[in-house]
Ligand binder design. Structure first.
Ligand code: MG
Length: 250
């Protein structure tokens, strides 16, 4: 099931997307997937980031080829950092280039959406704590990532966390293609089986360090091929089995 969050005539609602139709949920789909009976056309609604999390956790250096391209060692355990929720934007929203950086880059990433509170969970319990998966773009001011000791600023500017277009609740993350394109030109092309730490390892590890709440998002790391985005660019992040997240650069 594809679960979307959207603005319908000023109300924020969740719905299940099937082709060009959206069936509205009666309430919050994290609690119940009961439908209200109301259906609207997908082009009648403005899609929002598919979830409003309490936090966005990111895993860095989770593909060996990406660590190599930015001259970093592969970590011994998942490398965690945070993006502020003020960075989140939805499908079609603009990524705004901050004046502090001359090198803003895109990173297509598989995003895990947590369904159930998780603290100290084992790898075998991870699947039952996941609501679904969406697409994230870990937009990064690469120059600031290297000039600052911490990554908070480089990864945390407003609009640096596009999410969407929806959450796919029936998705097997083990062997899926990830692509990013800028102006229609391929920039990243990888497969999730090349992740150093898999979804079970990541969620279990994160839950040993911080409590995860329903709706929290974990970005699982970027494959190689990161490259600069500039004013006016049309940026697409695609994951096989989920869809395409498209944003323009302003
Ligand atoms: Mg990243």
């Amino acid at each position: 099931m594809k679960v979307a969050r959207f603005n319908l005539n000023g109300d924020i609602r969740f719905g299940s997307v099937v082709e060009n139709q959206v069936s509205l949920f009666a309430g919050n789909p994290f609690e119940s997937k009961e439908l209200s009976g109301q259906t609207v056309s997908l082009d009648q609604v403005q899609l929002l980031a598919p979830v409003a999390p309490s936090k966005v956790i990111c895993i860095g250096m989770n593909y060996a080829a990406h660590a190599a391209e930015i001259s970093q060692d592969v970590p011994d355990e998942p490398l965690m950092f945070f993006k502020p929720i003020s960075a989140i934007i939805g499908p079609g929203d603009s990524i705004v280039l901050p004046p502090q950086s001359d090198q803003v880059e895109l990173e297509v990433e598989l995003a895990i959406v947590i369904g159930k509170e998780a603290k100290n969970i084992s790898k075998s319990a991870v699947k039952s704590h996941i609501f679904g998966y969406t697409i994230g773009n870990d937009v990064t001011a690469r120059d600031i990532q290297f000039s600052d000791l911490q990554w908070a600023r480089a990864k945390g500017f407003d609009t640096f966390c596009p999410l969407g277009p929806w959450i796919e609740t029936e998705f097997d993350p083990t062997n899926k293609r990830l692509d990013s394109r800028v102006q229609g030109e391929l920039r990243q092309h990888a497969i999730t089986r090349d992740m150093i730490f898999d979804v079970e390892t990541i969620v279990s590890f994160v839950s040993e360090n911080v409590t995860l709440f329903p709706g929290d998002v974990i970005l699982t790391g970027s494959p190689a091929g990161i490259s600069r985005i500039t004013h006016g660019d049309d940026v697409e992040c695609e994951i096989e089995g989920i869809g395409v997240l498209r944003n323009l650069v302003a």
